[in-house]
Design a protein around this ligand. Structure first.
Ligand code: SF4
Length: 216
């Protein structure tokens, strides 16, 4: 794994080369409140971004609060969220989430990772997305792109996205936490792609462990 000064350097370069927080996010990252962000995050499991956005729009046209959501028939929820797949399981999760939110938090989404992860259907990634995008906290949410990029470069050495998130939080400089998610995700989409990463055009190849071992 990279050490302190190298990590700092990689983040500096990514911050200069990649866009930061950009407006117009859809799905869980573009919701106006924490409740909708949590629900949209649950819908995003194994779903393409555009399908998550479509399902979120259809569901929130029917209900935008836990009380209103529980008033809906399961068949109506399932029909609305059909575009994002696994709609029967996701319908059950939404119902459990709303029931617990009302019973244990008075319907108010908690603004801590621990509180969020105590809710049914909310794992580390969803919790960190809500913390970052709704509550404005300095947290690097780790999705598949961030996980891949961090472990290729050597910012982390982890087999799961949750472990990557844990290590990133401990190893990243404080100044990089607010926008690190955006630099890493854009870098993963544009350059360090899943298949055939563009290593020859990569601005951090000098520090990349994958490059040193597999390409150079
Ligand atoms: S050198 Fe290649 S594998 Fe390493 S970070 Fe750059 S694009 Fe990704």
């Amino acid at each position: 794994m990279l050490a302190g000064a190298e990590i700092e350097r990689v983040y500096r370069i990514l911050s200069q080369e990649m866009p930061g927080r950009t407006p117009g996010a859809k799905g869980p990252k573009g919701q106006p409140d924490a409740f909708r962000s949590c629900i949209s995050c649950m819908l995003s499991a194994q779903s393409l971004d555009r399908n998550t956005a479509k399902a979120s729009r259809a569901l929130f046209a029917l209900a935008t609060t836990p009380e209103a959501m529980l008033e809906l028939d399961d068949r109506d929820i399932a029909a609305a969220i059909k575009p994002c797949g696994l709609y029967n399981n996701k319908t059950r999760s939404i119902r459990r989430f709303c029931e617990t939110l009302l019973a244990e938090h008075g319907g108010v989404v908690p603004d801590t990772r621990e509180g969020l992860m105590s809710l049914p259907g909310i794992g580390r990634k969803c919790a960190d997305i809500v913390l970052s995008f709704t509550f404005g906290k300095d947290v690097i949410a780790v999705d598949t792109h961030v996980h891949r990029v961090c472990n290729r470069i050597g910012l982390t050495d982890a087999r799961t996205a949750d472990k990557t998130a844990e290590q990133l939080e401990n190893r990243s400089p404080a100044w990089a936490l607010a926008d690190g998610h955006f630099w890493l995700i854009q870098f993963g989409k544009r350059i360090c792609t899943s298949r055939s990463p563009k290593c020859e055009a990569c601005p951090v190849s000098d520090w990349c462990e994958y490059y040193a071992e597999e390409v150079a």
